[in-house]
Ligand binder design. Structure first.
Ligand code: G3I
Length: 451
């Protein structure tokens, strides 16, 4: 009897211990909720990033907060045209390289901002027009996206190309005056220069369903229908004191076109509604599977371009604001709506020639009245130190610009030779050059001679 009571007591104690252990598990689950923005976003396969500058990477308390909280960064200014190509064909990648090295050392991804924009152009480009500007744009995209090829998660290929107000029109700019196709040419060029990066169109005042966001929606729908490479739309989200009630619906309609949506430059006016709005924006993104990440436009309030608005998540001492808690809680509460796995665009496959020498293949992205050609040069069973490709441009077509190659003319049979940095190709490996042309037609398989 005494033994039975003892066993019952042991069972009771054990049951209590099991219960306690269970509670401990339950408690530790919530105690295990992520404690940084990046980790909390990563629970649902998203990123949470911030804009910064190379000269802030060692500035405190900016650096501590940046490195602790975020798993993505974007250059606030240092990858813009005026910064990366201050003089024509003279490139400055130092600051961008520093930002990328900082990110890669910490497992952060990098957004690229921005390849082409009407603002913050170098003076030499501001003063250009027509074909010269179009070719300069193509060259800029090739060299910048090419330099950071494979290291950029998403590029803002084109920034702020639509007008404000109800017109739904394109914004007038020197780029727009080169022809309405400048945006698609920029996207095709960027795809060839960095096939692994997601290519985004980025704009502001698009944070709800309105004339401007609808014009962008129509452009994206048209691009998807015609095969112009576009992968994502950036909603900058520089917000005031109220959130457009169609904010989430707007994200959803872009996602339904088959592109990702990214909140790219989030900042919200300080005030009674700031924390609440930060939570609303975060929940809206989490509710749409293809809303794949959020970037805030700065780390500490005094870093912000909106002087006096205090629109960010941390004060000047690096303290977390109520807005921070709202975002973190929203991220921890979400997490059950992961975006689909990213699919890289299919590689262009060219069988290497069986002997030595080289072979060339060409792929075209055409539209009515023009095309961009990407030419792939592949070495045979031995490395080559230089190459010449002879390619026949369709009758009536004229080459208006090219990149990564020298060329002998612009119509008929044109010879293309390597430039100094892409002549050497290892056995079985490839390099690419490209050109843009007016006109239409097909191109027979080009010939390739190694040197
Ligand atoms: O670098 C010069 C410095 O040498 C000079 O002494 C100083 C005097 O004004 O200017 C410095 O350049 C400033 C630059 O930021 C770098 O700090 C420019 O004046 C200033 O206009 C520029 O502002 C940037 C702005 O883009 C330019 O339009 C902001 O920092 C940046 O936050 C802002 O970011 C944009 C996004 O790229 C696109 N979406 C809107 C967003 C906010 O405007």
């Amino acid at each position: 009897m005494r033994r039975t009571r003892r066993i019952r007591a042991i069972v009771a104690v054990s049951a209590t211990m099991v219960l306690a252990a269970g509670m401990a598990v339950a408690i530790s689950t919530s105690a295990n909720a992520a404690t940084t923005l990046g980790a909390a976003a990563a629970q649902s396969g998203r990123y949470f990033g911030a804009a910064t500058n190379s000269f802030m990477l060692n500035r405190q308390p900016h650096a501590t907060v940046l490195n602790r909280e975020f798993n993505s960064i974007v250059a606030e200014n240092e990858m813009k045209w005026y910064h990366t190509e201050p003089n024509q064909n003279q490139f400055n990648f130092t600051a961008g390289d520093q930002l990328i090295a900082h990110a890669r050392a910490r497992g952060m991804t990098v957004r690229g901002h921005t390849l082409v924009w009407h603002a913050q152009q170098p003076a030499w480009a501001e003063n250009m027009s027509g074909t010269a500007l179009r070719n300069a744009m193509i060259n800029h995209i090739n060299r910048v996206a090419g330099h950071w090829r494979g290291q950029i998660h998403s590029w803002d290929v084109v920034n702020e190309a639509f007008a404000d107000g109800g017109s739904g029109a394109r914004r007038d700019s020197n780029l727009q005056r080169t022809g309405n196709d400048w945006i698609e040419v920029a996207f095709r060029t960027a795809r060839a220069a960095d096939p692994g990066a997601k290519l985004c169109y980025n704009d502001y005042n698009t944070d709800g369903i309105n004339a401007k966001s609808t014009a962008i929606y129509n452009m994206v729908r048209d691009f998807k229908a015609r095969g112009v490479p576009i992968d994502c739309v950036g909603l900058q989200s520089h917000l005031g004191t109220t959130l457009d009630p169609t904010y989430q619906q707007n994200i959803q309609r872009f996602a339904d076109l088959g592109v990702d949506v990214q909140i790219t430059e989030l900042d919200i006016q300080q005030g009674a509604n700031q924390a609440n709005m930060y939570g609303q924006v975060t929940r809206a993104c989490l509710a749409v599977a293809r809303c794949t990440g959020i970037t805030v436009w700065g780390v500490l309030d005094p870093d912000s371009w909106r002087t006096g608005a205090n629109p960010l998540l941390f004060d000047g001492n690096g303290n977390k604001k109520p807005a921070y808690d709202a975002v973190l809680n929203a991220l921890n509460a979400g997490g059950n709506n992961p975006p689909p796995p990213t699919t890289a665009p299919p590689p262009v496959t060219t069988p290497p020639p069986s002997g030595g020498g080289c072979s060339a293949s060409v792929s075209l992205n055409s539209w009515n009245g023009g095309f961009v050609a990407t030419v792939r040069v592949t070495a045979g069973s031995s490395a080559i130190n230089g190459w010449r490709v002879r390619l026949t441009v369709p009758s009536g077509a004229t080459v208006t610009g090219s990149w990564n190659a020298n060329r002998s003319g612009n119509t008929g049979a044109v010879d293309w030779t390597n430039v100094d940095y892409n002549g050497r190709v290892a056995a079985g490996q490839s390099t690419e050059f490209g050109f843009q042309a007016t006109g239409n037609g097909s191109i027979p398989t080009p010939s390739c001679t190694a040197s």
